[in-house]
Design a protein around this ligand. Sequence first.
Ligand code: LIP
Length: 281
Amino acid sequence: MSHNTPAVLRTLAVDLATRTAEKINARRAELGDLRAYVSTKSSVVDPVTVVDTAAEAFISDELERLRPADGLVGEEGNEGASTSGVSWIVDPIDGTVNFLYGLPHYAVSVGAAVDGRPVAGAVVNVATGTIFSAAEGEGATVTVGEKTVPLQASATVDVETTLLATGFSYSAARRAQQVEILGRLMSRVRDVRRMGSAALDLCALAAGHVDLYYEHGIHSWDYAAGVIIAREAGAVVTHPPLSVTGQEFRPVVGYAPGLGGVIDPVLEAAGVHQPLPTLPH
Ligand code: LIP
């Protein structure tokens, strides 16, 4: 059997994400207050902790051991070219601000792409142990404890009853633009949830816990696993090519299948479907 089937890649994604989540929990217990172990990246509100970097190094080492011909794109800088056609797109802790503040909503996201297309992935909520996963053509599931059930996007068909999830940039100027877009939507939809993890937002879409998710400016590692999970749960999902950086501020958009035809004109009018406008110099 090929070692590059979506089912094989899904199994490894679940294994890696689960073991990494266990290590993150153990390390966090050792460190206690994380504020002594944090630095910043793109802005003063874009944190990275020693736990993020150690978690990604673990995943990188395991992939080198198990899948040396595969590529890697990691949020914290681990990368490698693929000679197998398979690449792993990894966020060791998605929802880093939640992790730093102790809000129990952050995840290990491990996506697998073949020739640039997400085909399998796993997202593990580190705080709860909940495992979301999918493989192309196999559907999506969620595992809580010993129980695994299929994921199915919601049956919502009306814009006015749509619960949307979104997120905001680490750049203050970009957040101002994003708030304008959200402001145009708030009088049209049911309500908004901002939960702090793109990967878990896409899993919430897959589980029917929200009806729509969009966000501008997230990176491939934030969404590569979540998009295949949401898609395999029946959601309609679009995203930039995985090679496009979040710095182009293009949108990831996903919604319940029954919203097709009614939600797109609303999103288009609000500016969701376009990249955020270029900032004035
Ligand atoms: C986060 C995303 C979230 C977004 C945050 C941040 P991180 O990723 O998951 O959706 O709104 O600004 O980009 O930085 O926690 O890996």
